[in-house]
Write a protein that binds this ligand. Structure first.
Ligand code: G3I
Ligand code: 9MR
Ligand code: ZN
Length: 536
């Protein structure tokens, strides 16, 4: 790392927003220069403070007063920041790329040059899956998105990703007005719904027809090598056993989809609702379920989760919002008395999605006391994110112990919580803090890196993403959000290279670092949500 860096959001800043650059090392006077290297702004930084999570002395320089559209850099002595834009809507291209990433994650169809450009490849994973433990039972389960840098498909991960995209569409439909374009683009149904339907159609195949229970995942027994293209990954596919967490989040996402797709395709909406209700019936019949563990011969991602109460809560909240049926309301009233986290938006902790579904109900359909309680809880969470961000050197809310595997998901999840804070109150402090989280993701961080491939002057170049490693294209597939710093040093590469680093520096832009530099659908999806707010 350079001893002195000036970091910015490498995409840019909206014209009327607060514009801050971060300086490591000493403070003092700084300048903003335009493309012709003319000085267009002069300012003085704040006093440097030691930021423990980032491991540096850091100070900030405010150039909010600069509102002329243009391309700029911040300069201080010999140090210069990456280039950025000031314009009314700087994030449209980024939004498009983050959404297009889902197309690149598609399984089971050829990605044609017309849509995929140089990242085209043949159809993959086109054989039936074997139900684990029942060698003669094979089921078709094609399509959907690969989870990540690996080619597995996992139900709980899928549910989180689709939930974020559908929530983004729900709150910000105008952000999705234009075509991506996709093979399905018809200018009738928004492309984001076409893209999610590709995943939902696959999810239908994960539900066991008779029982309504949902298989936890569909993967090979082991991860393939890093240089294997998807169509070359020909090992047998296995359905891992049904789990309560998979079934609960499946019920929730299907109920949500039923509501969102209703205006566009009533028969698809009806299929979604039927699937949701069938899954919910399985949950009813299975009140106590052992948590999912990988069968001994399967070593792909476990997505283990010891609690299924939050998935059940989310399912009831979505079923209630979609149907208005009191029987679901009673379940929510009962379950919500239990102690579990009702604000998280993870793949394991999904209580926040349930809470949001409840808070987005028409106010005439809610239990006032419960509504107020949940709203207060949610806003308290958002307020805490703001106080933590104020104390952070890079103005984000992550505590030291939140620099975990996939920390960028937390960065964007927190952005979502803050934007819902804004939605529920209209108070701009939430919006401003959410934007600071986006600035971190796009480069205003201690490593001076844009965590989105293909976006920004210094983006991630070597993600742990099999297609990007195995194809002959220099640039990685664009629009992918990398996991980000993980202070647990969970892979061999970072164990060897990053010992003793501060939490926010525990990241390596190296293809071997699967614990910091992999990409996943559910790290992209909250980023789509957050960016949607500024392109609406
Ligand atoms: O929640 C605890 C926290 O309380 C504790 O302080 C912290 C200390 O390290 O750990 C936290 O748990 C971490 C957990 O993620 C949080 O979600 C675990 O250490 C960490 O090992 C775990 O990582 C998961 C990883 O799989 C390994 O299981 C990631 O969340 C998850 O995103 C990732 O998912 C993989 C799939 O298995 C396979 N496909 C790719 C995907 C992305 O890498
Ligand atoms: O490549 C795998 C990655 O996609 C997974 O998310 C990760 C989860 O644990 O595991 C990676 O595979 C590694 C395996 O776990 C351990 N040996 C090295 C593998 C990477 O080359
Ligand atoms: Zn595939």
């Amino acid at each position: 790392m350079k001893s002195r860096t000036i970091t910015v959001n490498q995409i840019g800043y909206p014209t009327t927003s607060k514009k801050i650059a971060m300086f490591t090392g000493q403070g003092g006077t700084f300048e903003v220069i335009n493309e012709a290297s003319e000085v267009v702004f002069r300012g003085v930084t704040s006093n440097p403070v030691k930021d423990e999570v980032s491991g540096v002395m850091v100070c900030s320089g405010d150039f909010s007063a600069l509102t002329t559209t243009g391309k700029y850099r911040v300069r201080q002595d010999e140090a210069v920041s990456p280039m950025f834009l000031i314009t009314e809507k700087p994030y449209q291209h980024l939004h498009h790329g983050l959404l297009k990433a889902f197309y690149y994650f598609r399984c089971g169809m050829e990605l044609e040059e017309e849509f995929a450009g140089p990242w085209k490849h043949k159809a993959c994973h086109t054989t039936e899956g074997i139900v684990h433990g029942q060698p003669d039972r094979r089921l078709g389960s094609f399509g959907g998105w690969h989870d990540a840098g690996d080619y597995g498909k996992y139900t709980v991960a899928a549910a989180k990703a689709v939930a974020d995209l559908l929530l983004a569409y729900d709150l910000y439909p105008n952000a999705f007005a234009g075509p991506v374009p996709l093979p399905e683009t018809d200018n009738l149904t928004p492309d984001v719904l076409h893209e999610c339907r590709y995943e939902l159609e696959w999810l239908f195949t994960m539900q066991e027809t008779d029982s309504g229970g949902v298989f936890h995942k569909l993967t090979t027994l082991h991860f393939p090598g890093l240089d294997v293209m998807p169509e070359e990954d020909l090992a047998d596919l296995y359905f891992s056993p049904i789990s309560a967490t998979a079934t609960g989040s499946y019920a929730a996402i299907m109920a949500m989809a039923s509501r969102v797709y209703q205006p566009f395709d009533a028969s698809f909406a009806a299929r979604c609702l039927k699937a949701a209700i069938h899954a919910e019936e399985w949950l009813e019949k299975h009140p106590e379920v052992e948590s999912f563990k990988n069968p001994v011969d399967i070593t792909t991602g476990e997505y283990g989760d010891s609690k299924d109460i939050d998935e059940r809560y989310w399912a009831f909240c979505e079923l209630y919002r979609t149907t208005g049926d009191d029987k679901y309301h009673h379940k929510i009233q009962k379950l919500s008395r239990q102690p579990f986290d009702k604000c998280q938006l993870g793949w394991a902790d999904v209580g926040g999605y349930g809470t949001l579904a409840y808070l987005l109900n028409d106010e005439t359909n809610v239990d006032r006391a419960l509504y107020t309680e949940l709203k207060t809880l949610f806003l308290d969470e958002a307020n805490q994110l703001i106080s933590r961000s104020k104390e952070d050197g890079y103005l984000i809310s992550l505590t030291e112990d939140e620099y975990i595997w996939g920390s960028n998901m937390l960065v964007m999840n927190h952005g979502m919580i803050l934007l819902f804070g804004y939605h529920l109150t209209g108070d701009k402090k939430y919006e401003a803090c959410a934007l600071d989280h986006l600035h971190y993701l796009m480069g205003r961080n201690v490593l001076d890196i844009s965590y989105v491939t293909g976006y920004g002057e210094q983006p991630v170049m070597h993600p742990h993403h099999r297609p990007s490693v195995a194809d002959d294209v220099v640039d990685p597939v664009p629009g992918l959000v990398a996991g980000g710093p993980d202070r647990g040093l969970h892979d061999e590469y970072v164990k060897e290279h990053l010992q003793g680093k501060a939490p926010a520096q525990c990241f390596a832009d190296h293809e071997d670092s699967y614990s910091t530099n992999e990409v996943t659908i559910y790290w992209n999806s909250p980023a789509v949500f957050v960016v949607s707010h500024w392109v609406r």
